[in-house]
Design a protein around this ligand. Structure first.
Ligand code: ASP
Length: 584
């Protein structure tokens, strides 16, 4: 028996008991005649005491050799501590050690295994197994486990069945590049790793499994933005014989359950917002509604004056920054520099200070009088003491820029409170999205999403205006889930593929199996998928998903611990009939 108790378990009530503990040496304090060792395991820390007078000499001597992260086993008596530590659950007791076994020595760890470590991100990732011994990472993994257990519990109670789907498949387009795996047995042919189990879950619906879920890895070969992983986990769900309303209700229920069980927060009904409204009001399809600063469009009141920058703009739009009228000239200049950074891309910014006395002072006083500016204040909801920031230009670009500014200012003003939760549904997404570079339309969600009823005719004339039965669940400015009601009819799916630029043959080659299945009694169906990593991070009050993933990849998609990806040897390449042609 390695242990009778864990290192987090013993209390005053155990005093006089003989116990055996195993764990890692957190630290050791050698006072010459007395040695204290903090012994750590997943459950906590227990103090061990070795006393020259009371501990057998051989054991006392051995205790002197213990280094950080040695794995040891001790037996001894639980005794009352002379100086208690009320900050530690086990702080009332210590173990007077009578038996000590070193189970394994340890090299000195390359960073301290403390909550606040001296190790930077890179070194912690290289030695992730040591990092996992630290409370913040360990607790995040345990937290993730709790969330997934609650998901499984809730969905199972609603009669959902967890079904595994294959990883070695054929492309499932979710808008990213596929990771591919060469097939040795099928020379020159490749599997694609699933960007999601989308087509399989639809086939499960055809198979009659009318409530499916899976906590599943998905793989997308995308350029990695901060906090994105090439492999990530979804809570993937699909239901048959449902309308959009049914789906929203079930998964609002799941989210409500998680907020209640994990955070103790009751949220009655999630607000719903159309995509168009979200874009107009927040410049963003995943608005953070924990704070206001809603967009006020100013075309009516700012154009047709002498100010040509605005006159020639497609959209003039502003937000009111609470308390911003007190910003100094220098601070405002800095804000202007911020919106002009290439990452944001605005050409400039017009501002209006709403003075406490009700007057206005703007950077465009030459063109606008006090009455004009009062109208701007009204449209943006600015009050005395606020600063109105105004951007102008191409509608989509300007919305994105002002949205970036809104989020940045909210961050600076501490309006993005991580312990507050504001979920909402964003719905009625466009079916298609124009790729500005190629001039082609592609599916905004994925090619299996159904258009709203009665909008089919628009596909030929105004494809960009067609709305889809598609919805996203947004939490605190993050898309945590998204889905749609699917096409379940072969003809409709064929029309869709055609509009997405597939020839009949291409569609057949890539998705023939799905179109075939639709001929054998496909029920109406729909679903959605949550991004589990992000959901867990947000529930855990963190922005970064890495700490909630045991073995994450870095920003270049590398696992620096196992050093992957890596070359394979010539023999393997030969077996796969692959010749490399790497350009320098
Ligand atoms: N497969 C979709 C995705 O990964 C989710 C869905 O439509 O259910 O975004």
């Amino acid at each position: 028996m390695y242990r009778s108790h864990s290192c987090g378990e013993l209390r005053a009530s155990h005093i006089t008991q003989e116990v055996t503990l195993s764990g890692w040496v957190q630290k050791s304090r050698d006072k010459g005649f007395m040695i204290w060792v903090d012994l750590r395991d997943r459950y906590g820390i227990t103090q061990l005491i070795f006393d020259e007078e009371r501990t057998p000499t051989t054991i006392f001597e051995k205790a002197k050799t213990l280094g950080r992260e040695f794995v040891i086993q001790v037996t001894g008596e639980v005794i009352e501590r002379a100086s208690k530590n009320s900050n530690m659950p086990t702080g009332d007791i210590e173990i007077l050690v009578t038996k000590l076994t070193v189970l394994n020595a340890s090299l000195l760890p390359p960073f301290t295994i403390e909550d606040e470590t001296d190790g930077g991100e890179d070194i912690r990732m290289k030695y992730r197994y040591l990092d996992i011994r630290r409370n913040p990472v360990k607790d995040s993994l345990i937290f993730r486990h709790k969330v997934t257990m609650e998901v499984r519990k809730y969905l199972s109670e609603q009669e959902f069945i967890e079904v595994e789907t294959p990883y070695l498949i054929k492309s499932t387009p979710e808008g990213a590049r596929d990771f591919v795996v060469p097939s040795r047995m099928n020379e020159g042919q490749f599997y694609a790793l699933p960007q999601s189990p989308q087509t399989f879950k639809q086939l499960l619906m055809v198979g009659g499994m009318d409530k499916y879920f899976q906590i599943v890895k998905c793989f997308r070969d995308e350029d990695l933005r901060a906090d994105r992983q090439p492999e990530f986990t979804q809570i993937d769900c699909e239901m048959a014989f449902v309308e959009q309303e049914d789906i929203l209700n079930v998964f609002e229920g799941l989210t409500r359950h998680l907020l209640k069980e994990i955070k103790g927060i009751d949220i009655e009904k999630f607000p719903r917002m159309t995509f168009d409204h979200a874009m107009k009001t927040y410049g963003n399809d995943k608005p953070d509604i924990r704070f206001g600063m809603e967009f006020g469009e100013l075309n009516d009141v700012a154009q047709h004056k002498e100010f040509n920058v605005f006159n020639s703009a497609e959209l003039v739009v502003g937000i009111a920054v609470p308390g911003g009228a007190s910003y100094t000239r220098k601070e405002i200049d800095k804000l202007i520099d911020w919106v002009r950074r290439p990452q944001v891309g605005a050409l400039g910014m017009v501002y209006v200070k709403c003075n406490e006395d009700g007057s206005f002072k703007s950077s465009v006083d030459k063109f606008y009088d006090q009455d004009d500016l009062a109208k701007w204040a009204e449209k943006t909801g600015a009050k005395a003491g606020d600063l109105i920031c105004v951007l102008s230009g191409n509608t989509n670009k300007v919305r994105a820029q002002l949205s970036a500014l809104r989020m940045e200012l909210a961050e600076r003003l501490n309006l993005r409170n991580p312990s507050e939760f504001a979920p909402l549904w964003v719905m009625d997404f466009p079916l298609l999205e124009l790729d500005e570079e190629t001039g082609h339309y592609h599916a905004m969600h994925h090619p299996f999403t159904s258009p709203k009823p009665g909008q089919l005719e628009l596909l030929d004339t105004n494809p960009g205006d067609v709305k889809a039965n598609a919805y996203d669940l947004v939490l605190n400015g993050n898309e945590i889930g998204g889905g749609s009601i699917r096409i379940h009819d072969k003809e409709m799916q064929a029309i869709m593929f055609k509009h997405l630029g597939f020839t009949e043959d291409e569609a057949k080659a890539q998705f023939g199996f799905l179109m075939d299945a639709f001929q054998y009694g496909a029920p109406p169906h729909g679903g959605l998928a949550f991004g589990l990593d992000r959901l867990v991070a947000i529930l855990g009050g963190q922005e970064t998903i890495r700490d909630f993933i045991a073995f994450p990849k870095n920003n270049s998609g590398r696992d620096v611990m196992i050093d992957a990806p890596a070359p394979i040897d010539d023999e393997q390449l030969k077996e796969l009939s692959i010749k490399l042609d790497i350009q320098a």
